[in-house]
Design a protein around this ligand. Structure first.
Ligand code: GDP
Ligand code: IMO
Ligand code: MG
Length: 429
């Protein structure tokens, strides 16, 4: 069985936790896109783990964890993550890195920073991890792939060209910034090769074999629908396709083999970085949700912007990902509120819109229309079944199912592994 997991909003929905829950019965997890801009949290009896590049099932030795070729992987971050796991007594022998995955090179975060700088007030608020520059180079066909680490003569020739002829002239002539010494880089990447060699593989036979065996495969999307390069709030997006289509190209799994698409959605909305957020709360309710939900970025530590549940966004995510199922997370964060808002649609210049408009200026200036529901004002962190949830809480979840037009099958009631309610569906049969 193949399940695609994608974020429904602007990221940090709790995808890591959902993956961890389903990983127990999975055989393989593939990260199909994104890079170290992602931060996926898993909380176990051994404490908190935050994964940027490693698939969130890495703690299960029986799960083959694949970094797919749609990912842009910074070898420095990869090595650091592997070392951090080892320090905690976990040997990631179950890790496989596609030799087709592209690398975030040392100069990519530098360009990310410089490009944000020249944008001034129009900056995107990127994670500055070099994601946009790395994907741009991939598309320009001057990117380095992980497999290139194993071809030193090729690396030498290509570094000479890319660094010497393309990157350094831009750095000096345009930005008046530092340049890169490609020979030093060659030595540096030789070290990375030595560290990463055991994990680098052509993943095609591995993935095809898993499909042939009818193995349980999870595709762990990073970022989320509204950050999708094509479907999100462009240009305030990331540089990859974060929706179901990207999961397929980034893993080599064909659409005809997907059994279920599952979107992960918070019981409210957050966004880190700039760009429209129609239901944003800038008042004390917003502060309360941010504090209770510890809404501070996993990767950059930035305070996340907070808002009410955005029905048009959730419905759009369900439709573009073809989701038959939703995991609703962080419902417990709303426990204390006397009233909770649900945005049903937007009004802009006298017209009602049931989905996020392509024109982000319209999205920025629209008026969300809400229904307000009574809060349940009781802690739900101990609830483990649907029936244990307070009546008003269940009514809220049912209202969300109505506006998002999807079945909410899994409900998060706290960050820990055991804090969830499996409602209607048992995944993996
Ligand atoms: P991801 O990027 O989608 O994997 O999400 P992050 O890990 O960046 O952010 C989600 C945060 O919420 C993490 O700190 C999780 O531990 C936490 N979390 C996940 N599910 C729940 C939940 O149901 N309730 C609460 N209170 N926290 C949760
Ligand atoms: P996970 O997988 C939340 C946001 C950045 C910025 C925009 C572009 O943990 O949900 P980038 O560095 O990708 O060029 O930044 O995208 N962003 C995320 N926001 N969660 C993420 O990942 C994100 N990855 C990128 O904040 O607004
Ligand atoms: Mg995150």
């Amino acid at each position: 069985m193949v399940i695609i997991i994608a974020g429904a909003q602007w990221g940090d929905e709790g995808k890591g936790k959902v993956i961890d829950l389903l990983a127990e019965r999975a055989d393989m997890i593939v990260r199909p896109q994104g890079g170290a801009n992602a931060g996926h949290t898993v909380v176990t009896e051994d404490g908190e783990f935050k994964f940027q590049l490693l698939p969130s099932g890495i703690l299960y030795p029986h799960v083959t964890c694949v970094i797919g070729h749609g990912v842009v992987a910074d070898p420095r971050v990869l090595i650091r993550e592997i070392d951090q796991l080892r320090e905690r007594g976990i040997e990631p022998d179950n890790l496989v890195i596609s030799e087709r995955a592209h690398m975030v090179m040392g100069y990519h975060p530098v360009f990310d920073q410089l490009e944000e700088g020249v944008r001034g007030d129009d900056r995107l608020g990127t994670t500055r991890r070099g994601i946009g520059p790395a994907y741009s180079d991939k598309i320009r066909r001057i990117g380095f792939r992980i497999g290139d680490l194993q071809k030193e003569a090729f690396m030498r020739k290509k570094l000479d060209f890319v660094v010497g002829q393309v990157k350094n002239p831009i750095l000096t002539d345009l930005y008046r910034d530092r340049t890169f010494d490609w020979e030093e880089m060659l030595a540096e990447y030789r070290d990375y090769a030595a560290r990463l060699n055991p994990y680098i593989r052509d993943i095609y036979p591995l993935v095809q074999d898993a499909l042939d065996r009818q193995a349980n495969i999870l595709l762990e999307g990073a970022q989320a629908t509204m950050l999708d390069l094509d479907l999100g709030t462009y240009p305030y997006v990331t540089s990859s396709n974060t929706t179901a289509g990207g999961a397929l190209t980034g893993s080599g799994i064909p659409p005809t083999r997907v059994d279920l698409s599952l979107v992960v959605c918070k019981a409210y909305t957050t966004r880190v970085g700039y760009g429209p957020l129609p239901t944003e709360l800038t008042d004390s309710t917003g502060d309360q949700i941010r504090e209770k939900g510890t809404e501070f970025g996993t990767v950059t530590g930035r305070a996340r912007r907070v808002g009410w549940f955005d029905g048009p966004v959730a419905r759009y995510a369900v439709r573009v990902n073809g989701a038959e199922s939703m995991a609703l997370t962080k419902l417990d964060v709303l426990d204390a509120l006397p009233e909770v808002g649900i945005c049903t649609d937007y009004e802009f210049r006298g017209r009602v819109h049931d989905h996020p408009m392509a024109n982000i200026s319209h999205l920025k200036h629209c008026s969300p229309r809400y229904v307000n529901m009574p809060g349940w004002q009781a802690p739900i962190g101990q609830c483990r079944t649907w029936d244990e949830l307070p009546t008003k809480c269940r009514a809220y979840v049912e209202a969300l199912e109505g506006v998002a037009e999807v079945s909410i099958d899994l409900i998060g009631v706290g960050p820990r592994r055991d804090q969830f309610i499996m409602r209607k569906r048992s995944f993996f049969g």
